[in-house]
Design a protein. Structure first.
Length: 726
């Protein structure tokens, strides 16, 4: 078999690996890109993500029509791949611009649209083109090809879902995440996929064009409906009205079949039987629209859920929110042999036959269970989330920077709150301890409060060491606080004073342009001195020292920053977990400051507590939804392919992929109606709907559907095509 194997198919297998890496890699980080860069609301994120998926699975029918009836599979794959590459490049370029640039989101949506058309257009062609390279009699080799093809598909998607989130987490270009790199690698892989495909072109076997079955089925349905509207004759099935005006002796297909001697049956009657059975298959596949609506939320709602969870597994290992989808690839590869060789045989030992429709019904119930698990987990998450103030209310906190004194704060209603040394008022939702003052917005007040800042430097220039004065102060005697560049530098121990700007995530830099001066009023109406406030930035968990950065350093190149950084002694910042929001206030201790020796102290104020639940709690719902995938998707492919006539395999493929698109469109419609107040209710409603759909599917399988069986006369030529939803 090895000697007879067409070596040119390895170009096609390599093409599929790279293309799936490109698609899944880009898709893995798309949700976080829409949230963090495009600043979309959760509803708009759903529109973008599921709209993109719907486009990706709605356009394969166009690629199939183009390949089968017009330009062939080779040119369809090549030309649409060019569109695919263009879309990837546009998205990569767009991601390099700041949010404020007017190109967003128009350029992003254009890139996604081209990618959706590209991946959808080639989806029905690549596997089928690979199968075309084999001799039709070499069925074992064709089966082996699809096994290798399927493996490369999953290998590419699994690799990308691990690598691209890691690239996304790198800092680059002054941004907290490197989306240009995360999108750039998939773009490069798609270019590689196209090059690999072209390299095999001299030896490809290109089969002649054939009649497009989709058009033929559409014509039959149209004629049948038209004749039915005009006819008073009752038929057993409405499609039979297609034959109202049919004459075998004048029909070219009927005469050709009769002359061939293969069958005495009318060709159109035979094809009508195929289409009639196809309609029954389509009716059984329609409920799967709800399954796809739930299944594809792994990349949207479930990723958003992961954002509110703690991804730190150990001190040195963490799982990113957009990496959880990797579980699906691993579990599905383990589950396929588990179900085929253990679960199904074990069930049949008890006398229960595991027919395809029974398996699919069981998958529906498992999908419902997965969303119940998701709802329970979301309920636990929401128990730890901060309470969002209403539109007419503001929360006010106070920070006590004194190390040895307590402070008592009294509001206008006489409510007193005591703040211990080096403490602040916080709302600890987990322990039901709410300390923040609630102030009605718009009511008269005698004071203005500094509510929410990241790093506040209240160190007067007169107390800053001489080496740092020139970096951010007007003069050594100025009452204004230091306002130059600063950096947080990750350290392993407190004895380290060096700052390493060469390693990503080891340092976080604020330039002086991000500093804002704020007047600080004590017991007088006029400002006594100023503080300096720096903007928020994302910081990974760890232990950090603070360093001054001179104003005259115009570049953020690591070498220049390493040479100029000045360690601010006495301040250690420790960040634990993920998802927390903190404000760090740094002050000078005037009683201990003498000469050039600056003594500082810092108070860390928690605005939002870190995520409490581990991201590993998502594993059960991912495992259950993956088991459902094996039962529904893998079995559904087998069912649809075996129940469709050989000449209608491409039509079944189009219906299958269109189901995916309809499922994602259903999510967009539901989201636009704003039916749910919280994610817990939404997940439970989806679970109930899926449960009811699974019951309806079971009843249809029992009372409605009868399995079709095709004889050797029907199976004269079967063109194999990849039907998997990927």
């Amino acid at each position: 078999m090895v000697k007879q194997w067409p070596k040119v198919t390895f170009f096609i297998i390599g093409n599929e690996f790279c293309e799936r890496f490109s698609f899944y890699g880009m898709r893995a980080v798309l949700t976080l890109y829409a949230i963090n860069v495009l600043r979309f609301s959760s509803a708009k994120v759903i529109y973008i993500y599921h709209g993109f998926i719907a486009l990706s699975y709605g356009t394969p029918i166009l690629g199939s029509i183009l390949a089968d009836g017009y330009i062939g599979k080779f040119w369809t794959i090549l030309l649409i791949s060019m569109v695919y590459i263009l879309g990837q490049l546009i998205l990569t370029i767009s991601s390099a611009f700041d949010f404020s640039v007017s190109l967003h989101p128009t350029l992003d949506i254009l890139g996604l649209a081209l990618i959706g058309i590209g991946t959808g257009g080639i989806k029905p062609c690549v596997a089928a083109f690979g199968a075309d390279q084999f001799n039709p009699n070499h069925t074992k080799m064709v089966s082996a090809f699809f096994a290798v093809f399927y493996f490369s598909l999953n290998a590419g998607s699994a690799a990308s879902m691990f690598i691209t989130p890691e690239l996304r987490a790198i800092r680059c270009g002054g941004h907290e995440s490197c989306f240009p790199l995360a999108f750039g690698l998939p773009a490069a892989l798609m270019l590689t996929a196209t090059i690999l495909f072209v390299l095999g072109s001299p030896k490809y076997k290109n089969l002649p064009l054939q009649e497009n079955a989709i058009f033929r089925v559409a014509e039959m349905i149209y004629v049948a409906l038209k004749n039915k509207s005009c006819s008073k004759i009752k038929r057993e099935h409405w499609l039979e009205h297609y034959l109202d005006q049919h004459r075998c002796e004048t029909d070219r297909a009927c005469k050709a079949l009769l002359q061939s001697g293969q069958s005495k049956q009318c060709a159109q009657t035979k094809f009508l039987g195929y289409v009639t059975n196809l309609c029954r298959v389509i009716n059984m596949l329609l409920p799967l629209v709800v399954f796809w609506a739930l299944y594809d939320q792994q990349g949207s709602k479930w990723t958003m859920q992961a954002l509110a969870m703690d991804g730190n597994i150990t001190d040195s290992f963490m799982i990113l929110p957009d990496q959880m989808g990797l579980l699906n690839s691993f579990i599905v590869l383990l589950s396929i042999p588990l179900f085929q060789f253990v679960v199904y045989p074990l069930i049949e030992k008890f006398g229960i036959k595991t027919t395809p429709l029974r398996r699919m019904a069981a998958g529906g119930f498992l999908t419902s269970a997965a969303f119940v698990i998701c709802a329970v987990l979301q309920f636990q998450i929401e128990e730890t989330l901060p309470i969002i103030p209403t539109s007419d209310t503001a929360y006010v906190s106070f920070i006590n920077v004194y190390k040895n004194c307590s402070v008592t704060v009294t509001d206008f209603d006489g409510l007193e709150k005591k703040i211990g040394p080096d403490k602040s008022l916080v709302d600890d939702v987990t322990n039901r301890n709410l300390e923040l003052f609630r102030v009605k917005v718009g009511q008269a007040a005698d004071s203005e409060f500094l509510i929410k800042f990241d790093i506040n430097l209240l160190i007067p220039c007169s107390n800053v060491s001489p080496v740092a004065v020139q970096y951010g102060c007007l003069s050594a005697s100025s009452s204004e606080a230091y306002a130059g560049g600063i950096a947080l530098c990750r350290v392993q121990n407190d004895n380290s004073s060096a700052c390493n700007f060469d390693t990503n995530w080891e340092s976080v830099y604020w330039s002086s342009s991000t500093a804002q001066r704020k007047d600080v009023v004590t017991d007088k109406m006029s400002p006594n001195f100023t503080s300096t406030v720096y903007s928020y930035k994302d910081i990974r968990a760890g232990r950090y020292h603070i360093h001054y950065i001179p104003n005259n350093v115009s570049s953020t190149l690591p070498d220049l920053l390493n040479e100029s950084a000045v360690h601010l002694k006495g301040v250690v910042v420790e960040i634990q977990g993920m998802g927390g929001v903190y404000s760090l206030t740094i002050t000078s201790d005037e009683e201990k400051t003498s000469g050039d020796n600056l003594t500082t102290s810092a108070t860390m104020h928690t605005i939002i507590f870190k995520n409490h639940l581990s991201i590993l709690w998502q594993i059960p719902q991912y495992a259950v939804i993956t088991f459902a995938e094996v039962l529904i998707i893998m079995t559904g492919i087998e069912f649809a392919y075996s129940q469709a006539a050989p000449v209608l395999k491409s039509v079944v493929q189009a219906v299958w992929l269109s189901n995916v698109a309809c499922g994602d469109m259903l999510i967009i419609i539901i989201e636009s109606l704003h039916l749910f107040e919280n994610l817990v209710t939404e997940m439970l409603v989806y679970a109930v709907i899926m449960f009811l759909v699974a019951i309806a599917f079971s009843l249809m399988a029992f009372f409605y559907y009868e399995y079709a069986h095709y004889n050797t006369e029907d199976v004269q030529h079967v063109e194999l095509k990849n039907l998997r939803s990927d």
